[in-house]
Design a binder for this molecule. Structure first.
Ligand code: IVH
Length: 715
């Protein structure tokens, strides 16, 4: 029997190991080789099977299982790790502006190599310098053992849990691997992801990252791997640290090893055998780098042969066999013809420079964000100015400075509020600037510029779950004039929905009967969704999923929430930590543990014209969302209004409901319930039995009542 059991277990362990190897292989095919063999759905199937087996048989757990990429718990701080081999930096070699000889420092570097090695044709590699964060990945016997940041070069932070979340980093190696392999490389944020994240931050009124390196470093500093997993980070290797395995004679051998082990590496790596070739390769990388998909600000030059590297050795900071050549960021002067104000999908008003088009770092630039009003003032940018532009992190067009000598006489400072005439340029609605934020925002719930994003949020799964209303449908509904606000969804009929054109006028694509029916059913269900879903759906600032739940716990209905106020003693709280303190909404949210900012956002919303209009329309539509988790918690302030206010009860004997249930019921009517009788007790609620407490009550002159009399007290 035992044997059979063991054989079964062995079979299971084999299956688990097989699944891990397979998943890791498919991961590699996808991320490193860009040549997937199976569909996402098939990958998910294997993944789920492994997850289920691991849950059932925890004895086969492995922190490097592909299912454990986001498994780590949040840390208090990072452990320190001593590097096996010192993690050095490289000496920078600059391109000097207006230098007599271009690339003079680079030429000097190569000449030094020639001199120190005593030969003319030193072979060097030339590759793009990745704008990322240096990391060391240590693989022992083919398995990721730990990952660390450079730190001071001798010790760095242990960021293993964060690194596991990065899918392009293999957790175990393929092929025949060395016993010890320390891979050095960069963790970076791909250009597209960087641009999207900055756009999102701008929308949210948050400061943007200056370059992808800061964005990656910020992500890796998170102590909670779950937050890191949300950031789109990637990895490319470019070198070797500690190593125990078959000898590697040159960089090319290292590349072969990395390729067979399935570790992604930086490309292209060009090889130069002379100064002329080196200069040509560097120039080529400068022109080609904009198509790389990651930010670069230079080229790294390294001696190819490892024996020659050893001969050259190190200075105290850096190897003598490598140099980082820094490109000058390409800058262009152009005319700033106008400043327009864009309303983002979440209502943030962003000033945008309208430029005379110029070609910079690989693309033609006609517009550049000016971020916000403060930024414009700081740089003193005016319409009609000639400005210098470059791409921030070589990606996002930005105005660097004004060429003051070229300023026309009639230029005038820009004021965002004057420019837009005090109202939202998209809808004419009110705008406001929240304390502590740099951005102005349109606060109109019905602003058409925000319609699509509001409808998407409204219909999303975690909000009202109106399936079939995703981005494309929301866009079509707004563009075809069928919806201006989310509540307009409830005015749609089958006919109009079914004939909705999701395509273009030339190539129409009907939404169709079936989908129309689905939407209408989902809308019907949405009418009866609980209060917290509705609150989240409304997209009120500061009210995310959990704040919505908390608000619903404290309010029975939308109407009671809309009429709540912040307790007076908290309203005037201007102490610096006021935002962190809990605010209370009365009269219905007496012991509300709602953050002050949330409470203020709720009040502001329901006080606004837009908020009032929403309430009116909901009444017209006959929608009255109710809380499903309403749980009144009482404290002093509202007790007086309740029938048993100020009374103390003790419960004894067998009653028509359980003791706890009765306690909650009595408390909900404003009374306190105590466990033992004293002179302060007002009533002993007694059912069948309950002898000793009755005696004590009688002795102390405490009134003994039954359930019927309790009913009497409640009126
Ligand atoms: S080779 C001894 N190659 O830039 C160090 N480094 O500014 C040899 N970097 O410390 C490093 N891209 O963290 C190398 N293609 C590349 C690189 C690269 C980015 C980083 C690396 C280095 C820093 C120096």
């Amino acid at each position: 029997m035992d044997e059979l059991f063991n054989t079964c277990l062995m079979g299971i362990e084999d299956r688990i190991l097989h699944l891990r190897t397979e998943l890791e292989r498919h991961n590699r095919l996808y991320y490193t080789d860009a040549a997937p063999e199976i569909s996402d759905a098939d990958y998910d199937k294997l993944y789920r099977e492994l997850e289920e087996l691991e849950a059932k048989y925890p004895e086969f757990d492995d922190p490097n299982s592909p299912t454990k990429r986001v498994g780590g718990a949040p840390l208090d701080s990072f452990q320190q790790i001593k590097h096996l081999v010192r993690m050095l930096s490289i000496d920078d070699v600059f391109e000097l502006k207006d230098a007599e000889v271009p690339q003079a420092e680079l030429i000097d570097f190569y000449k030094r190599l020639q001199k120190n090695l005593g030969r003319e044709n030193v072979a060097v590699t030339v590759e793009p310098k990745i704008d990322g964060v240096a990391v060391s990945l240590v693989y022992r016997d083919g398995v990721l053992s730990y990952a660390a940041t450079r730190g001071d070069g001798t010790t760095g932070d242990d960021i293993t849990n964060n690194v596991r979340t990065i899918r392009s980093i293999p957790l175990s190696l393929a092929g025949s691997f060395p016993t010890l392999l320390e891979v050095r490389g960069e963790i970076y944020m791909p250009n597209e992801a960087f641009a999207a994240m900055n756009a999102e931050r701008e929308e949210a009124g948050l400061p943007t990252f200056v370059n992808p390196r800061n964005a990656s470093a910020g992500a890796l500093k998170q102590l909670d791997p779950k937050l890191v997993a949300k950031r789109p980070l990637a990895f490319l290797s470019h070198g070797l640290g500690a190593y125990e395995g078959p000898a590697l004679a040159s960089e090319t051998d290292l590349h072969d090893l990395l390729d067979s082990a399935g570790i992604p590496r930086n490309r292209p790596v060009l090889i130069a055998h002379s100064l002329e070739e080196l200069l040509a390769h560097v120039a080529k990388i400068d022109t080609d780098r904009h198509a790389l998909g990651y930010g670069t600000d230079g080229a790294v030059v390294k001696v190819l042969d490892r024996a020659e590297r050893d001969k050259l050795g190190y200075t105290s900071r850096a190897p003598r066999w490598a140099a980082a050549y820094k490109f000058l960021p390409e800058q262009k002067e152009t005319l700033l013809k106008d400043i327009t104000v864009q309303v983002g999908r979440t209502g943030v008003l962003t000033p945008v420079a309208e430029l005379e088009p110029v070609f910079v770092s690989g693309t033609t630039v006609a517009r550049a964000t000016l971020h916000n009003e403060e930024e414009i003032q700081r740089k003193d940018v005016r319409i009609g100015d000639t400005v210098v532009i470059e791409k921030a992190g070589e990606i996002i067009p930005a105005v660097v400075k004004v060429v003051l000598e070229k300023r026309p006489g009639d230029s005038k400072p820009f004021s965002l509020l004057d420019h837009i005439g005090g109202v939202c340029p998209s809808c004419g609605g009110p705008v406001s600037k929240e304390e502590g934020f740099v951005a102005w925002r349109c606060t109109n719930f019905e602003c058409p510029a925000q319609a699509v994003s509001k409808i998407r949020q409204f219909a999303s799964r975690k909000a009202l779950d109106i399936e079939a209303v995703g981005g494309i449908v929301a866009e079509a509904l707004v563009n075809r004039g069928l919806c201006r606000t989310p509540l307009d969804l409830f005015t749609l009929d089958r006919e109009r929905l079914a004939t909705l054109n999701l395509g273009s006028d030339e190539e129409p694509r009907r939404f169709g009967e079936k989908n129309a029916a689905k939407v209408l059913e989902a809308l019907e269900r949405a009418r009866h969704k609980p209060l917290d879903r509705w609150l989240f759906a409304m997209g009120i600032r500061q009210v995310g999923e959990s704040a919505a739940k908390e608000l619903a716990r404290l309010h029975e209905s939308l109407a009671t929430l809309a009429n709540s106020e912040i307790l007076p003693e908290l309203r005037a709280d201007t102490r610096p930590d006021a935002k962190k303190r809990n605010a209370k909404l009365v009269p219905y949210a007496i012991s509300a543990d709602v953050a002050q900012v949330v409470a203020e956002a709720i009040i502001a919303f329901f006080d606004s014209e837009a908020g009032k209009h929403v309430l009116e329309r909901m009444t017209e539509l006959g929608i009255d969302p109710r809380s499903e988790n309403y749980l009144p918690r009482r404290d002093e302030a509202d007790l007086s209004a309740l029938p048993l206010a100020g009374k103390t009860f003790v419960i004894t004997g067998t009653l028509s409901m359980g003791r706890d249930e009765m306690k909650r019921f009595i408390e909900s009517k404003g009374a306190k319930v105590s466990g033992s009788i004293s002179a302060h007790t007002d009533y002993l609620l007694s059912g069948e039995g309950g002898g000793s407490k009755r005696d004590k009550a009688e002795k102390l002159g405490v009134k003994v009542i039954g359930e019927e009399e309790l009913g009497g007290l409640l009126g």
